[in-house]
Ligand binder design. Sequence first.
Ligand SMILES: C[S@@+](CC[C@H](N)C(=O)[O-])C[C@H]1O[C@@H](n2cnc3c(N)ncnc32)[C@H](O)[C@@H]1O
Length: 279
Amino acid sequence: MASMVTGSDAIVLDSLLEKVYRDTGYDFREYKRGTVTRRLERRLQATGVRTYLDYMQFLDTHPEEYHKLADDLTIKVSGFFRSPYTFQQVTRLVLPELVAYKRKQGERRLRMWSAGCARGEEPYSIAILLAEFLGHRRPDFDISIYATDISRQALGEAQAGIYSLKDIEGLPEAILENYFTRREDYEMRADIRQMVSFSYFDLTSTIQQPFVNLDCIFCCNVLIYLQSQLQERVLGMLYGSLAALGYLILGEAETPTNSLRDKLECLDAKARIYKKVTY
Ligand SMILES: C[S@@+](CC[C@H](N)C(=O)[O-])C[C@H]1O[C@@H](n2cnc3c(N)ncnc32)[C@H](O)[C@@H]1O
């Protein structure tokens, strides 16, 4: 059945997103409206409901629909080394300087955050990147990669670390050989999995930052779904989580950020790699 959603539904849409927030804590109120309406349209079609108002009533009688809606609104498309250029530039511009700085400071801890980690492809790519870069020096460092997401289902799958042939498509044979165990599917090797810890964190709840003193934050393909005010709030929170020498990596898909221009040095405008120096 075709749904009947028009531009005049904007106010009802506000109430619908308000209701979702009130009833579940999922806060999509400041997500870009284009994505939200496209995804909502899918839910209307899946539930056979015609208008946003009807959908609000449907949510009351079918509370399990809240999770399906949240699942549809959080787009979890990802991939290992999704933007090869970004990872290449991290190896070139970030890791040598960061590792040299750590050595100079006599510090062993390397702490990274993959914010919006989907099914684990990004944090595991970071772990592999570090393993490749450090090589035999890896035991010299105590590495923690924190990986957070709003989707508990994605986090569960990420934690399991098992990927299909389609998931690992395009990865070089040497990476597959060295970091995955081939069973029916492809399983992340235990030592790589141990570098990453997954937890739930909603980036819209910027009242409190979950981590501080991080060396590197990856927040790629997440901000694009948020309206500019929320983007700025999240960016402020990420900035506050960085160590005195810290790097923020936003990747190729994000739009340039004005608010951080005075606070961060841009190392690569295409991969959106920024550096904070306050020491
Ligand atoms: C398109 S994926 C990007 C995954 C990975 N960073 C990459 O670049 O391939 C966006 C991820 O952000 C997550 N996400 C969306 N809104 C979020 C929020 N408010 N807090 C935390 N994660 C969120 C989604 O669940 C999804 O896993």
